[in-house]
Design a protein around this ligand. Structure first.
Ligand SMILES: [Zn+2]
Length: 160
């Protein structure tokens, strides 16, 4: 039996939806809306980056705060049970992340880490600025040296 009125139901659905929207999906949607094209999870690159921009030699990682030990409240949380298991594991994740960025740099790639806690709706405008600064001019023209300037792939982000 459904005891929710329509208002309550839609509020609950909104909550479920926002919980299901993974940080990586939010970043992908934003990057796409900004007019950039990318590949996903390139296993040939160190760390299998989440978003790869081959023409720009740039990659973006979307990191969960807990797993990758962000210095934020979410990242500082330590499970109460078996800390002797979690601590070295999480430390290992952090060391591996640093190593991956160094390896990418050696191969001529630059990496940007976007933290889970900075991907909420309130952060979208700031995140868009960061991405544009990191990725450079929008549209495919930049990646193929001006041979395709007519595709108009510069969807503006509305900053909402
Ligand atoms: Zn965080």
């Amino acid at each position: 039996m459904d005891t929710l009125n329509p208002q309550e139901r839609s509020e609950r659905m909104a909550r479920v939806r926002s919980k299901d929207t993974k940080p990586e999906m939010r970043v992908r949607r934003l990057v796409h809306a900004l007019g950039y094209r990318y590949r996903l999870h390139d296993g040939k690159l160190p760390g299998r980056p989440d978003l790869v921009f081959p023409g720009r030699k740039r990659v973006v990682f979307v990191h969960g705060c807990f797993w990758h030990q962000h210095r934020c409240p979410r990242g500082a949380r330590m499970p109460k049970s078996r800390p002797e298991f979690w601590r070295p594991k999480l430390e290992g994740n952090r060391r591996r992340d640093a190593r991956v960025v160094r390896e990418l740099r050696r191969l001529g790639w630059r990496a940007l880490v976007v933290w889970e806690c900075r991907t909420g709706p309130a952060d979208a405008a700031r995140l868009a600025d960061r991405l544009i600064r990191f990725l450079g001019p929008r549209g495919p023209a930049a990646a193929v040296q001006g041979t395709n300037t007519s595709s108009g792939a510069t969807t503006e982000f509305d900053g909402a």
